[in-house]
Design a protein around this ligand. Structure first.
Ligand code: CTP
Length: 401
């Protein structure tokens, strides 16, 4: 089962807003994620872009008219509507919102919406006053009541110079919303999955920290995979350079102790905790109030005290507990011992000395060991796919699952 966009048919309706150019970037991102993208354009969209902008990216014909004599031979709005797994209108102008809300079908985009049974996402883009207008607001409400997924708009500066709510969301956010909509009613719907991510930071003084090399990529990818299967996904995140994934709650923390407090809150009522964070084992015994000066010294010794084992200390009822083990030697034995000592259902072990997997890269090669003694060696795969594999093993352990 794939939860990625690979092979998904997405009908992308483009209507006439200055934000049209972002639809080209969106189409490109969707194609890179191996979706099949059928683009439909209104006459107004053709004022901003040509079909070639999209066809060069999607390698598919672009529908620009209801009456294209060629279309029966290739694709038309009905074909696109029928084969779509999802229809996205990006950008959606005030006029196109009104048309869709009232069931009009006089251009390829509105006709596709009327003809499809697939879930529909609409991403408004218009001047703030137009979005604010009672008529537009009523149209948005009407669409929401009918189950249309409204993505955005964002607040910010618009083409007119006005600042307000009406900006089209960024393409990467739109990809997130598309994934959320495709995951509605997925096999983890109704579940809350908490993931810890990143490397905790232990303060030494106001400017210095003890940190580690964890990038947070593994934990973020697991949370995205959970979101894409319909789960409520929460990341308790130590500092990372990663953007917050769309539709995932991110609780930011610094130290191991802060992470522990956040996990206590988030794990209450959760179904699973996947502990992908690299938690500092030690913290500074006394954090200095002021920056520590060299003052002619040639060495400096810092007293450290042990941090609590966070995952071992979580005892919420019926919570599935998954750990990670970063090992540089005796991987299997060390990982197995951690299942016991931390009360885990299973552990995901990775060899941190491998160059193509592990810290800071997009791929990982892991071994999954469980309480019953099974050892599964998975091939090198993306961290997202590792997330899918982990969640596949969490699912049968969930309460009532
Ligand atoms: N972990 C934790 N709290 C800690 C240390 C680790 O919850 N204070 C979690 C990690 O998030 C991971 C698992 O325990 O899921 C194993 O972490 P790892 O760093 O591999 O092992 P440690 O328990 O720190 O043991 P050691 O450093 O001796 O290998």
């Amino acid at each position: 089962m794939t939860y990625s966009l690979e092979g998904k048919n997405i009908a992308l309706g483009v209507t006439g807003s200055i934000a049209c150019y972002k639809a080209v970037d969106l189409a490109s991102k969707l194609v890179q994620l191996q979706a099949n993208v059928d683009v439909l354009m209104t006459d107004a969209a053709l004022q901003f872009l040509t079909p070639l902008n999209f066809a060069a990216i999607t390698h598919r014909p672009v529908v620009t008219s209801m009456f294209d004599p060629e279309s029966e031979l290739s694709i038309n709005h009905v074909v696109a509507a029928e084969r779509a797994d999802l229809v996205a209108v990006v950008p959606a102008t005030a006029n196109s919102l009104a048309k869709i809300a009232h069931g009009r079908a006089d251009d390829p985009v509105s006709a596709t919406i009327l003809a499809t049974r697939a879930p529909v996402l609409v991403a408004p883009a218009m001047d703030a006053n137009m979005f604010d207008n009672t008529a537009t607001q009523a149209n948005v409400r009407l669409l929401e009541e009918r189950g249309v997924y409204i993505a955005g708009p964002a607040e910010g500066r618009m083409a007119s110079g006005l600042v307000g709510k009406g900006r089209l969301l960024e393409p990467s956010e739109l990809v997130g919303h598309i994934r959320i909509l495709l995951g509605h009613g997925g096999d983890l719907a109704g579940r809350k999955i908490v993931v810890s991510a990143g490397g905790t930071r232990e303060a030494i003084d106001p400017v210095r920290v003890i940190a580690n090399h964890s990038s947070g990529k593994m934990g973020y990818a697991i949370a995205e995979a959970a979101r894409d299967r319909g789960a409520e996904a929460v990341i308790v995140s130590a500092p990372t350079a990663l953007p917050n994934p769309t539709g995932v709650k991110v609780v930011k923390v610094n130290s191991a102790l802060e992470m522990g407090h956040a996990l206590d809150v988030e794990c209450t009522g959760a179904d699973a905790i996947v502990m992908a964070a690299a938690v500092a084992d030690w913290r500074v015994a006394e954090i200095a109030d002021q920056k520590v000066k060299k003052s002619g010294a040639n060495n400096w010794t810092i007293d450290l005290v042990k941090n609590p084992d966070l995952i071992a200390g979580i005892h919420a009822e019926k919570l599935v507990k998954v750990g990670f083990a970063a090992e540089s030697e005796d991987l299997i034995e060390n990982a197995r011992a951690k299942i016991q000592s931390k009360g885990l259902h299973f552990i995901v072990a990775n060899d941190i000395t491998a160059e193509d997997a592990g810290f800071a890269v997009d791929d990982n090669r892991v071994i999954i060991l469980d309480r019953e003694g099974s050892v599964e060696r998975l091939p090198l795969m993306s961290k997202y796919d590792v997330g899918v594999e982990v969640l596949d093993r969490v699912k049968p352990l969930l309460r009532g699952g």
